[in-house]
Design a binder for this molecule. Structure first.
Ligand SMILES: Cc1ncc(COP(=O)(O)O)c(C=O)c1O
Length: 370
């Protein structure tokens, strides 16, 4: 007797995603794509070839093969950049956040989570089995209230410094005060801020004069590469080395990437001209969208425009693509239902003409999709 294929159900599920306007079909020509407004390469470094040769592979987990000089130099440079004593390199921001939170949180702990945290932070909290209290986005009062509730273990607050779906920032100073008052730890993911925001691109904790207990740095955005680090105390680094499973059970970061990123730290610090260019282009885009009645959220290089239902976001993104402008429609579950959006990200590689062309295309797309 012939059995139906075990994974046959996937065709039905994919069909349903398509009917709901939720099927993701990104382009497969990204390396040659002009007109992209979806890149996190805010300073425009990603397409440059590495200026420093080094070994391609770390050959094993660093627990097995040890630390390469490139890892050590990168970790020292990143700790210096964010003003914390130490840092440990992971192969991605996803691995860093999952490894960090699952290693430090215990099941009896309470962790207060902003409603819009990135999936990597959510997955880390889930793996830890700690009690997670989700509070409304950016609501410091709700954080204070949550920290007053009884808890058998330790307390934690986890947030991002620049949220990538709404382009906004929590009051980091108030969160530090609230966590200090409650004896809680503060974890801040600076993925989208580091490099492009704050003095010398040192991020928004540095801008606010806040010292978090753990800080996630990703290299896949303003640094133009890939990988990530968790910065904090020497003891935190030693604990992660011993307990972060995504670090322990995974091949170490490529020395080539580590060496390139260590050099990028200095370039990022010196890139005030690129940061100014990004800020000017983002403001041009935001003002242009608002001028035609489109509500562009937030501030800084990410420019989200809420358009409502997923199907409308997809139709607008397709209409833009036909006009040579590549923007991602962001749909549930990445954002709450009814708030599907187009998310433009502006980089130092965009010219004023590129932004003007995108605004023109957006006007046409809106008229076409209505
Ligand atoms: C806030 C945040 N943290 C972590 C990550 C994951 O970083 P990576 O792409 O290096 O895995 C992202 C990436 O999109 C992010 O937006």
């Amino acid at each position: 007797m012939k059995h139906p294929p075990a994974l046959g159900y996937l065709a039905d599920e994919l069909g349903q995603l398509e009917r709901d306007g939720l099927l993701r079909t990104p382009p497969d020509d990204a390396d040659g794509l002009p007109g992209s407004f979806c890149s996190n390469d805010y300073l425009g470094f990603a397409r440059e070839t590495s200026p420093v040769p080094d070994a391609f592979g770390a050959t094993a987990s660093r627990l097995v093969c040890g630390t390469w000089s490139a890892h050590r130099d990168l970790e020292v440079a990143i700790a210096g950049l964010v003003g914390l004593p130490a840092a440990l390199a992971f192969t991605s921001g996803y691995a860093a956040n999952v490894g960090l939170l699952s290693a430090v949180l215990r099941p009896e702990d309470q962790v207060v989570s902003d409603a819009l945290l990135h999936a990597s932070l959510i997955d880390g909290m889930r793996l830890s089995h700690a009690r997670v209290e989700v509070v409304p986005h950016l609501d410091v009062h709700a954080v204070r209230d949550a920290l007053r509730r009884p808890c058998a273990g330790r307390r934690w607050v986890v947030t991002e410094s620049y949220f990538s779906m709404d382009a906004d920032t929590p009051d980091l100073g108030a969160l530090r005060e609230a966590t200090d008052a409650a004896g809680a730890a503060l974890v801040v993911d600076e993925a989208h801020a580091l490099g492009v925001l704050g003095p010398e691109g040192r991020g928004l904790c540095a801008a606010a004069g806040v010292v978090p207990d753990a800080l996630t740095v990703t290299l896949g955005k303003s640094f133009g590469g890939s990988g990530a680090l968790v910065a904090g105390s020497e003891n935190l680094r030693a604990w992660l080395w011993n307990r972060a499973r995504s670090f322990i059970f995974s091949t170490g970061m490529s020395p080539l990437i580590a060496r390139t990123a260590a050099v990028a730290v200095e370039r990022v610090r010196a890139a005030d001209d690129r940061r100014a260019a990004v800020a000017a282009r983002a403001e041009q885009l935001r003002e242009g969208l608002r001028a035609v009645g489109l509500p562009a959220l937030g501030y800084g290089p990410i420019v989200p425009v809420v358009v409502g239902e997923p199907a409308r976001a997809v139709a607008l993104a397709r209409a833009l693509r036909r006009r040579g402008v590549f923007v991602q429609p962001i749909r549930p579950p990445s954002v709450p239902a009814g708030t599907a959006r187009l998310r433009f990200t502006v980089t130092a590689a965009h010219s004023a003409d590129d932004v003007a062309a995108a605004l023109g295309a957006m006007g046409d797309a809106i008229r076409e999709v209505a």
